[in-house]
Ligand binder design. Structure first.
Ligand code: ADP
Ligand code: MG
Length: 366
């Protein structure tokens, strides 16, 4: 009989829906999970032991060191000191170096540029004067983005609506970049998982549609073999440089000339990969867990066409938990404007049926 002694033990910093799905989707591997999260009853707390504490609480970190084989994260803004503290004693995937880079838009841009991966045009902004000069250079069709703590379009200010003085003041006067707006054809992301033996498996490109800066709909696969190859080569350059283990996702703009322009990256499983739970032989969540636990991944393949629709701000009243045409994930969170509360995934053999399905579901619920 399996005992706790020979079970793999994984700690997760952050107990949101990403941690929740890592635990749910890797149930068959019989892993013991321990979650640390400063909030009351985060989504993952239903499925694993959950310690309510700040991420840099030494007692909690020591508890993970004593009771886990490896630690991972469910969001990138965990203090890197906490990761460094853990790293001295146990394996942490992804490591503090990779996470620190992904916490800062400027460091991300630097690593993209160093590896000849195209990015948007941008200027560093540390003062109102910097911003004014940057706007002179890039024009008013640009976005002021804080270097740190941005997600779901937060901490971003569209300049065309504001003077530099107003925008600087609205930004909270924090370290930022001014980024030229890209007139994109669409947005895509590449999800790849790096194993401990330095193999990388990729999912096909995903096409992403945002509303007010928040991901609304993802559709996969986005079939374009040349772009797939290019995105994979960019991903390989980054993970090599970061000596990366686990899932890493890069978001791109696809401009009207067909160029991939890197926007940002996430050192973790990603909202644009939720469709893999139903649409792939191994979901991004299970793949991440397998990679960090050193469980062999033979291959990653998908079936049919998949889509994921986010449920934001409010849970539709007549949504069906047991529908035949879609799968509902309810994160069990209280409703709040622009909060991600759950998602729906749809899988179809062909894209035409998938699009019809998405339209029908969108009409009835959103
Ligand atoms: P985050 O997802 O961390 O909030 P992003 O930089 O990905 O920040 O911005 C969110 C969304 O806002 C993007 O997916 C895109 O739809 C839009 N956006 C951000 N930057 C630009 C840009 N430079 N040009 C055009 N659209 C942008
Ligand atoms: Mg983004």
């Amino acid at each position: 009989m399996e005992t706790l002694e020979n079970k793999m033990r994984i700690g997760i910093l952050g107990g949101g829906q990403l941690a929740m799905m890592m635990i749910q989707m890797s149930a068959k591997h019989n892993i013991n999970f321990i979650v640390v999260d400063p909030n009351d009853n985060p989504p993952a707390s239903k499925y694993a032991e959950c310690i309510k504490s700040d991420y840099n609480n030494k007692d909690s970190l020591d508890y993970l060191i004593d009771n886990c084989d490896v630690v991972t994260i469910d969001f990138e803004n965990v203090p890197s000191e906490a990761l460094k503290y853990l790293e001295n004693k146990i394996s942490v995937y992804p490591g503090s170096y990779a996470v620190e880079i992904c916490q800062d838009r400027l460091k991300e841009k630097d690593i993209f540029n160093k590896n000849n991966i195209p990015t948007t045009e941008y200027h560093i902004v540390n003062s109102e004067e910097d911003l004014s000069l940057a706007i002179d250079n890039l024009g008013t069709d640009s976005i002021l983005k804080s270097r740190k703590l941005g997600y779901d379009g937060k901490n971003q200010i569209l300049i065309n609506k504001h003077s530099s003085k107003e925008a600087w003041s609205l930004s909270g006067k924090v370290e930022a970049i001014l980024e030229k707006k890209v007139d994109f054809k669409t947005e895509v992301s590449i999800i790849g998982v790096c194993t401990k033996s330095s193999k990388t498996f990729f999912y096909p490109l995903v096409e992403n549609f945002h509303k007010d800066g928040i991901l609304n709909l993802s559709i996969a696969p986005y079939e374009n073999s040349e772009l797939q190859k290019l995105a994979e080569s960019y991903h390989n350059k980054i993970t090599k440089e970061l000596n990366y283990t686990g899932v890493l996702v890069i978001e791109f703009f696809l401009d009207k000339l067909g160029n991939l322009i890197a926007n940002e990256m996430a050192p973790r499983v990603h909202n644009s990969g939720h469709w893999t739970n139903e649409g792939a032989n191994i979901s991004q969540f299970e793949a991440h867990v397998m990679a960090i636990a050193d469980i062999n991944i033979k291959n990653i393949s998908i079936h049919g066409n998949s889509a994921m629709l986010n449920i934001i701000s409010a849970m539709p009243e007549d949504i069906n938990e047991n529908s035949n045409s879609y799968k509902l994930y309810d994160y069990g969170k209280s409703e709040r404007l622009n909060r991600k509360l759950g998602h729906i995934t749809v899988n179809n053999n062909n894209k035409k049926d998938l699009i019809e399905n998405i339209n029908r579901i969108s009409k009835s619920f959103f």
